[in-house]
Design a protein. Structure first.
Length: 448
């Protein structure tokens, strides 16, 4: 996690210092990312001081230890008055007590729970069969969905501009197209081809209708098998068991017993997710989704591939190593490769972005980005307020997909005038343009 965060922020010309107790890891990152590093314990005041905490705008504590992260924030707050402190906290035992992090208790400004973020991410993929990515904006009023266009989809072979003819009662915008790994700006005359990855944006209520235009409608998922009963597996099983038939595979007897007490209707099975006989015995060929969620990349990949071979309709795998994610996404043996770093990084970037940015989602392994930004000021102090969309000077490869005005969702047509406090959903094919986008939403000094 720390390496991914450092790589993302360093690529945007931030001044980064990375603290870790493993000297060999730091040597590699220092040379590769051109950042400063300090070897030592992350919550030690002397180590933090050596890393320059006294001049830092932000501390991001994402070690594997919740306690180390919380103590580091306490030290940064008490001794060095660091303005913003972000902590990764994984244990539900801490997260369920809001009073721990409020009213001057543990001074954490932003709590990041990767397990919760990843569980919600997978849950949305299960809600929308056929989706490669489903992202929420404006508190869920708007969603950005990525799908692969298939032969037989009504819009395949037609220009984007015909989408309105196909769906006269539904308003949507295509935000980006990826064809053979390359991003394409979605102009109206652009023809959608089979196997294109199409990212479109629409109000939540219209998502399923738009998906049906790009690909054959898939029947809803009902039977789910999860492999791995760790924090992510347990959270996801709890979220799914009320609506789906859920089976959860766990190899540890003690953990399986705990899971069986914590879960209500989900069936907990003790065994190895790569055990072919066990999978056949549990009717893997009748499963709509098999999702491998252990801490072992190799085990996740192999069990997902085995489940696919044995007849599971759709398989997903949690994969930590970026090189593995790239490899798997070029194969057809696993339908969705889930990168914890890329799913989680957006929650951190939201608090790093300048201007009033309220949501950030990394896309295409971090190369692209979707953001939700709030327009402030007036026509004299803002570069977006009081202007039509076609008058806004957007950086190359950047598109505005939608505007949320109060409870109203507006698709971004060229003649819409931006008003103060509008929430704009933007898609950046090249995230290196982010600073240019941030400047658009910074209010001039004449604004009072």
């Amino acid at each position: 996690m720390g390496s991914s965060v450092a790589a993302n922020l360093a690529s945007e010309f931030n001044d980064i210092t990375l603290v870790d107790s493993k000297a060999e890891l730091l040597d590699d990152l220092r040379d590769r990312l051109d950042i400063q590093t300090v070897c030592g314990h992350a919550s030690n005041p002397r180590v933090l001081e050596k890393a320059g905490i006294q001049d830092a705008d932000m501390l991001i504590a994402v070690t594997n230890s919740d306690e180390t992260n919380m103590v580091a924030c306490q030290v940064a707050h008490t001794l060095f008055h660091t303005p913003t402190k972000i902590a990764r906290v994984r244990s539900a035992s801490y997260l369920r007590h809001d009073e721990l992090f409020g009213n001057g208790a543990v001074p954490v400004d932003v709590l990041i729970s990767p397990e919760q973020i990843i569980s919600s991410y997978v849950h949305r993929l299960i809600e929308y069969p056929g989706a490669l990515q489903v992202l929420d904006f404006a508190e869920g009023k708007v969603q950005l969905v990525g799908v692969k266009a298939y032969y037989g989809g009504p819009l395949v072979g037609h220009a984007i501009s015909t989408l309105r003819e196909h769906m006269p009662g539904t308003d949507t915008r295509v935000a980006a197209i990826y064809r053979r790994g390359h991003g394409i700006v979605p102009k109206g005359d652009r023809v959608i081809e089979a196997d294109d990855e199409v990212f479109f944006i629409a109000a939540r209520k219209d998502i399923r209708a738009v998906m049906s235009e790009l690909r054959k409608q898939e029947s809803p998922f009902r039977r789910i098998m999860l492999a791995g009963g760790g924090n992510i597996g347990m959270r996801l099983a709890q979220a799914l068991e009320g609506k789906y038939q859920v089976k959860l595979l766990e190899h540890s007897k003690n953990r399986a017993q705990l899971l069986s007490r914590e879960l209500n209707s989900a069936i907990v099975l003790l065994g190895d997710s790569a055990d072919k006989d066990l999978l056949l015995e549990e009717n893997i060929d009748q499963m709509d989704v098999f999702c491998s969620l252990t801490n072992d990349d190799e085990a996740n990949i192999l069990s997902a591939m085995l489940a696919k071979e044995l007849g599971a309709r759709k398989v997903m795998s949690l994969i930590n190593r970026p090189a593995y994610v790239d490899l798997i996404e070029n194969q057809e043996s696993i339908d969705v490769a889930i990168s914890p770093q890329q799913v989680t990084i957006g929650a951190l970037l939201t608090h790093v972005r300048r201007g009033d940015v309220v949501a950030v989602h990394a896309l295409r392994r971090g190369a692209a980005e979707a953001i939700e930004a709030v327009a402030h000021g007036d026509s004299k102090t803002s570069k977006v307020v009081g202007r039509r969309i076609d008058q806004i000077e957007l950086p190359e490869g950047t598109t505005i997909g939608a505007i949320v005005r109060g409870d109203e969702v507006l698709m971004a047509h060229h003649d819409i005038m931006i008003e103060s406090e509008d929430h704009l959903i933007l898609f950046l094919l090249n995230k290196k343009k982010i600073h240019e986008v941030e400047k658009l939403f910074q209010v001039g000094i004449t604004f009072i």
